[in-house]
Design a binder for this molecule. Sequence first.
Ligand SMILES: [Zn+2]
Length: 288
Amino acid sequence: MRLSHSPLTMTIRLASCSWHARRAAVLPALAVAVWLGVSTAIGGESNVHRSANFVVKASSRPTAQKIAQAAEEYRLQFATDWLNQEVPEWESPCHITVDERATGGEGWFSYETSRGSAPNLQIVVQGRLDRIVEYVLPHEVAHAMLCTALAGPLPRWADEGVALLSESESQRVRQQKTFAQLASAGSVMPLSDILQVVDYPAERRELIGYYAACYSLTEYLVAHGGRQRMLQFVADGDRHGWEDSVRRHYGLDLAGLETAWRSSNHGNGRMEVASLPDVAVPKVSPAE
Ligand SMILES: [Zn+2]
């Protein structure tokens, strides 16, 4: 969900990473409820840990410390992998609320920006602690890094695709298998629709398919031209149109990209990167 209150003064971007679209629709109320609930339960600062870029509230200080340390490591890894540069400490730390539960693993990222002030970054993670650390946290940290490093949110498909690609290997394999099943059933969303989606699909099945398609498309583009070319393709596509951008960065039209992408999947979850036209890589400057 993305709400623009004013093009110049404030943008609120809410990125739900739950598989449940219904939860995405009620994110503002849920996020506030979880935040207040945890704050009330801890009754002070004894379960809070502050690191260079994160303030974490959890059920205990050791847990908060563990999450903060992991978040710092994921932040550093993302900067190395995707931005190819060190990223200065955030002016205002990202607040993480940890809601430990016996089952599940999901999270949400949101931020508010206003001209002249540092963005207010918020992450809520809930579920089993091992799952939070393994794949929920890197996903949400990726969202936070994208929105702060690239001067604004990416289009939805790319934002989710990059975040999903930042998860653990087991989760990436799960996305590959889901996409392979969809491809076998002829149920993959058309590329033109993927590129245009702003709101998450409301129906759970469609949402799972959408996530898998975002993942697969991002994986394909990264496998073919690398992470920085993919980010530049997205920045240019968002600004100047996808047809122009795909021709510039991959030497294809959209139909050609869709054919190449779909034919790279072989029903077993494994991707084979076909040979595409060799296109000179333009200067990478996603934040311009
Ligand atoms: Zn997400």
